[in-house]
Write a protein that binds this ligand. Structure first.
Ligand code: EPZ
Length: 430
């Protein structure tokens, strides 16, 4: 049943919220559990539709998957298939990270090429180029990629593309290399904390990896990997989203159980915008409204994360003057701008750069979520808009935020999740 969020703006958010486990770490970690026939236990896994979906795919591959208690998933992949059908892959592009684990464990994989999505084309050419560099035979026919890794050997793999490195591409090559004979040297590797978390777990499973977190990762193939018990890192993107919720309302929000060192550029930009930011070993506090227009450019880690771009754009709606957002990862990732304009925002898009002319009065309106992070940005803007905002297609939000409206309410927001049938007349989904 379709659901909507109704937000009544004007409330100041104050309080503490605990960061959930990282979605973008959990998905490759779940895929990596196929690299062994022993039990892998994951803890601090967020309760998200993407996570439940990845678990469903692992089951289809033949793994025994259980969710014995909230946040805990166990996977035992004794007998698995190397084939992943189209109807599973098409719904979640991140399932592409199964390629690396299937190739690592079975020396072969057959997977439908995932489609694109609203934030732009989601090619996997760098993934396939990396696998070929290892000596895999890669064929693509009728939208299905087949990989034969029977003769694969460790080698140098360059993961750089026009937009920098590739996060899931790096994850795929690392996973394939853990069980490929020889030493693999990945250059222009992604440095994201989620890739580091994957390598940390793989090392617990017996993999030989070094350099993770830098641009050069070296993997020495071993004969097999064993089970492990791993706790997923905190979701830095979710943490950043709640910090914006505090700042945009001129409130005072502390996010606990998170790692400030995973958000250095984002926190630097919050401070540059005039928000007060304090950090400790496992918490971040943001208070006070932004006062300065700033320019952000999204880049691979440790640059400004593209996944926090929409949220930061919402924040800039408060600030008089001209702020800019330049997307160097997904140049078309501005679907949220058109919806923010419906609420009164003045935003001019010129190619991969959006100029935000802030300090315009915002009024609530019916708006449409288009992707995961855009959904959050619309809700953040609704917190400061006059009147009621109705955000439709909430399923986008549920892919990456656990109980978002409930946790915002705990900070003082007036936000309700309602059936789409409650939409006021004339607002209804087309
Ligand atoms: C991961 O996607 C994240 N998803 C994305 O988060 C995130 O936006 C992205 O990294 C960038 O940080 C997960 O981790 C599940 P990429 P990924 O391969 O790995 C181009 C969210 O909101 N590219 O690093 O798929 C690509 O088009 C999601 O949580 C190629 O050209 O992203 C893009 O422009 C959205 N060829 C850039 O590289 C390739 O073979 C970065 O993509 C692969 C990528």
């Amino acid at each position: 049943m379709l659901q909507v969020a109704r937000i009544r703006g004007g409330h100041v958010l104050k309080g503490t919220v605990r960061a959930a486990g990282s979605k973008n770490a959990s998905l490759p970690l779940l895929a990596a559990s196929l690299l062994t026939g022993e039990t892998v236990t994951l803890r601090n896994v967020p309760d998200l539709s993407d996570v439940r979906y990845m678990a469903e795919i692992l089951g289809h591959q033949g793994a025994i998957v259980a969710n014995p208690e909230p946040g805990v998933w166990t996977v035992r992949a004794e007998q698995i298939s190397h084939r992943t059908p189209y109807d599973l892959v098409r719904k979640m592009r991140a399932s592409v990270c199964l390629l690396g684990s299937l190739i690592g464990r079975l020396r072969q994989a057959e997977m439908a090429i995932p489609g694109g999505c609203v934030i732009g084309p989601r090619p996997i050419d760098l993934h396939l180029k990396g696998l070929e560099a290892l000596g895999c035979v890669v064929t693509v026919e009728a939208g299905v990629v087949q990989v034969d890794a029977s003769r694969a050997r460790g080698d140098m793999v360059f993961m750089g593309g026009p937009m920098g490195s590739t996060v899931l591409g790096t994850a795929n090559i690392v996973m394939a290399a853990t069980l490929t004979p020889g030493v693999t040297r990945i250059e222009c590797a992604a440095r994201e904390p989620e890739v580091v978390d994957l390598c940390t777990m793989l090392i617990q499973m017996g993999a030989k990896i070094r350099g993770h977190g830098t641009g050069i990762i070296e993997v020495e193939g071993v004969a097999s990997l064993h089970g492990c018990d791993h706790t997923v890192i905190a979701d830095r993107i979710e943490a950043g989203t709640y910090l914006v919720a505090g700042a945009i309302t001129g409130g005072d929000v502390t996010v606990t159980h998170c790692d400030p060192s995973h958000l250095t550029t984002f926190l630097d930009k919050l401070r540059e915008a005039g928000v007060q930011v304090e950090t400790g070993p496992d918490f971040i506090r943001a208070h006070g409204k932004p006062t300065q227009a700033v320019e952000i450019i999204t880049e691979p880690y440790p640059g400004f994360p593209t996944d926090l771009q929409a949220q930061f754009m919402a924040l800039q709606l408060l600030v008089d003057g001209r702020s800019t957002v330049t997307e160097k990862i997904y140049p078309a990732r501005f679907m949220h701008a058109a919806e923010l304009q419906r609420m009164g925002a003045e935003i001019a898009i010129d190619g991969a750069t959006a100029a935000i002319y802030g300090d315009r009065p915002l009024s609530g309106a019916p708006v449409m979520a288009s992707d995961l992070r855009a959904s959050a940005a619309l809700i953040l803007a609704a917190l400061i808009a006059k009147g009621e905002t109705w955000v439709q297609r909430l399923y986008h939000l549920d892919r990456g935020y656990e109980r978002f409206e409930e946790r915002l309410r705990s900070l003082g927001a007036d936000v309700e999740r309602l059936p789409a049938s409650d939409l006021p007349k004339g607002f209804a989904e087309d």
